[in-house]
Design a protein around this ligand. Sequence first.
Ligand SMILES: Nc1nc2c(ncn2[C@@H]2O[C@H](COP(=O)(O)OP(=O)(O)OP(=O)(O)O)[C@@H](O)[C@H]2O)c(=O)[nH]1
Ligand SMILES: [Mg+2]
Length: 223
Amino acid sequence: MIKKEVLVLKDLLGSNKAVAKEIREQLSARGILVLNLISSPGAGKTSLLEALADLLRPEFSMAVIEGDIETERDAERIRAKGIPAWQITTGGACHLEAKMIGKLSPEIPEGLDFLFIENVGNLVCPASFDLGETIRCVLLSTPEGDDKPKKYPQVFNSSHCLLLTKTDLVPPLPFDIELARSEALEINPGLQTFALSSVSGAGMREFADYLIASLHKLRQDHA
Ligand SMILES: Nc1nc2c(ncn2[C@@H]2O[C@H](COP(=O)(O)OP(=O)(O)OP(=O)(O)O)[C@@H](O)[C@H]2O)c(=O)[nH]1
Ligand SMILES: [Mg+2]
């Protein structure tokens, strides 16, 4: 029984990987930088996107795919900023899968610069599912505690960048930014790390510049 379940999971991950590869190839060839944002519920993913919208436009265009278990609320927040957004409601599933993104691919407009995918709030399951992103970002917010990288290593290990969010709350919160950063880097020395706040704006320009540089690199690589 256990062996059968393991085989089904292997099969699911294998077919997800194949679809993700196709999405990455197609969207990269179109010059679109795809980002997958992963975090616990409430770490600040939608707030980050709202703040980024102000920094990236009008020079760059962006669109957002929102993943949630229920409600259209996050997509409505993004649309209120004048940004196209699609909401995927999983009805209980704790992560997005590549086939869900694949279904939306034909609707993604030509000439788009950035496609952000906000995953379902969960620090565990989304780590196993490639969505065809070029950059995977894990967000860790200061109220969650600086011990999380060592406790949930897979998502830090599989990400390209780490965003330590809500830095405006330190102090009074006893979150050690350098400890969280160094423990995440022990797990994955290649991580690009940023400490930022969507509320105060601290660190946001640096992150936006990283995104813009990554977009230029993607286009050079696919020229
Ligand atoms: N102080 C502070 N609060 C923030 C910051 N970013 C987000 N918040 C608050 O944190 C709460 C959750 O923010 P969201 O952006 O909705 O978080 P999320 O990760 O999108 O949440 P889910 O989609 O439900 O997983 C809201 O009350 C935000 O106002 C920040 O940089 N500083
Ligand atoms: Mg959200």
